[in-house]
Design a protein around this ligand. Structure first.
Ligand SMILES: *Cc1c(COP(=O)(O)O)cnc(C)c1O
Length: 349
């Protein structure tokens, strides 16, 4: 895999900013190289720009070499950096499935990069042939998301594999929700497919959306490229420390996953009994997409009751659909009650 020829020319030529911490990495007693305040506030020093300790822990947990890990200020940072590195504005394009996560398009639009979107099938399965047909010589990255947001399903691994084999650019598989179905991860495919990039995050199952920490797993050469163009200290000390603490108690995350999956099962059964619900889509994530009568009306009715869900009724293939995040059992009960009252009110009207 020749990453260099895939790169934008200016990035290929770029000489990255060398921070004080890049120039000197050994042990020393006196650091007078970075214009920091010398007095110990706990946070007077710049953080490790490559988050070495944190990556070692993540490497153990994920069973990947630390050289294959990039950490970003949310996985959104990795999405943005991939576009910056590989897509020439007003010339290159990305291919994305539709419906899917909105940030691929927002990032592409920000950079002036065209998005070629390919509809999923009616049952939200992947049409790999349509994707391979849609790409052209200016396509640099194909974005897949599995489990997919907002549909909740995993994409067929055979289809993903065909795309990895036939496409000469990068294939991003966004696994933001993989902790809810860990057996589906494609992390073990990294050795075989140098063009594979996997995104994961601490924002969902880990319960740490507030610390902004996302992961990208890829070929070491690709990780070097991302390191070259990222902001020098993109992961702050507080986040690095807090993530290390969370990694010391993985069982807490696993307990959350267990609770949420049990609540999801309960939601499924309960939603079947709600009048205004027309269809409940299967989910491998921590949310459920439902087709309802009068989606937008229901959405506003719920807001009046202080309950916010995601209105996806204007999204392709999701007409009439709301996306419901699985909450605590109290929150889910309140949501179900709201939906039932709405059904009753609509029927009476
Ligand atoms: C929530 C989500 C993310 C997470 O983004 P962060 O920047 O890590 O918070 C990424 N991809 C998808 C599909 C998501 O739904």
């Amino acid at each position: 895999m020749d990453f260099n020829s895939l790169l934008r020319a200016n990035i290929r030529r770029l000489k990255p900013y060398a921070s004080a911490r890049d120039e000197f990495q050994g042990e020393a007693a006196i650091f007078l190289d970075a214009n920091e305040n010398p007095y110990d506030t706990g946070y007077n020093r710049y953080p490790d720009p490559y988050q070495r300790i944190l990556k070692e822990r993540i490497a153990e947990l994920k069973q990947v070499h630390p050289d294959r890990i990039f950490l970003g200020n949310g996985s959104d940072e990795a999405i943005d950096l991939l576009l910056r590195a590989f897509c020439e504005p007003h010339k290159d394009n990305i291919v994305s499935i539709e419906p899917s996560y909105g940030m691929y398009r927002v990032c592409a639009d920000t950079h002036g990069i065209e998005v070629k979107s390919v509809l999923l099938e009616e049952d939200f399965s992947l049409n790999h042939k349509a994707i391979l047909k849609e790409k052209n010589k200016h396509s640099k990255i194909i974005f897949l998301c599995s489990p997919n947001n907002p549909t909740g399903n995993n994409l067929d691994p055979k289809g993903i594999e065909k795309i990895l084999k036939k496409f000469k650019g990068l294939v991003v598989v966004d696994e933001a929700y993989i902790d809810f179905c860990p057996d589906e991860t494609k992390v073990s495919w990294l050795e075989e497919y140098p063009n594979l990039v996997i995104l994961q995050t601490f924002s969902k199952a880990w319960g740490l959306a507030g610390i902004r920490l996302g992961m990208a797993f890829a070929h070491p050469e690709l990780i070097r490229i991302l390191n070259k163009i990222k902001m020098p200290y993109n992961i702050n000390t507080l986040t690095q420390e807090y993530a290390l603490e969370a990694l010391e108690k993985v069982e807490e995350k696993e307990n959350y996953v267990e609770e949420i999956l049990a609540a999801r099962t309960a939601m499924f059964s309960a939603l079947k009994e709600v009048k205004c619900v027309e269809k409940i889509y299967p989910s491998s994530a921590n949310f459920i997409l439902v087709k309802v009568d009068e989606a937008t009306k229901l959405y506003h009715y719920l807001i009046e009751r202080g309950i916010v869900v995601r209105n996806r009724s204007n999204v392709a293939l999701c007409e009439g659909c709301l996306r419901l995040t699985v909450g605590t059992s109290e929150e889910n009960t309140a949501l179900l009650q709201g939906m039932e009252r709405f059904s009753f009110k609509e029927e009476a009207a």
